[in-house]
Design a protein. Sequence first.
Length: 214
Amino acid sequence: MRIESRYNGPTGSGNGGWSAGLFAAEAGPGPVEVTLRRPPPLETALSLVDGEVRDPAGELVAEVRPAGVVDAVVPPVDRATAVEASRGYPGFVAHPYPGCFVCGPRRTDGLRIFPGRLPDGRTAAPFRAPEQVSDATVWAALDCPGGWTVLAPGRPYLLGRIAAVVHARPAPGDECVVTGSLIGVDGRKALVHTSLYGPDGALLGAARATWIAR
């Protein structure tokens, strides 16, 4: 496995959702939970053996385990509501990782998912599927909208653990919607749920994740 440099999150490391999706695909069928033990390195040959992702030096990068049922579904909103919420994306004003492949406003070649708050506290964003779509694309889309339920200026978080299920991939160019919800905060840990919906409102994927305050 190799995380190409364009799929970064924070500068110099892989986007958590994309990286976890890559590891999950290598692990094979069935829902899995990925725990990131350190920022995933870019352009580095990684191997998965007995549920452990390691770099060439043998350093542990992530752990992959069966996830069981992933029922972390966040209710959908229509696309117009998601577009309106996205106009208030906090990352337009202050972003801890502005070059993030998924939600970085400086990226013209990224997924450009900009989650804004809904009145009930959920996040929502429109998402146009890129020309090439893999399961890792869905995992990535399910990543940042959850983080932005807790991310705020001066309060950076990083993805620590994520379990996702991909029901179907969007077709290239599909106009989708992503929703996120904060389930609870325990010290430095925030538990969040996210869901991805297709143009017809069908649920394409869902995830539960733990974000860790830096």
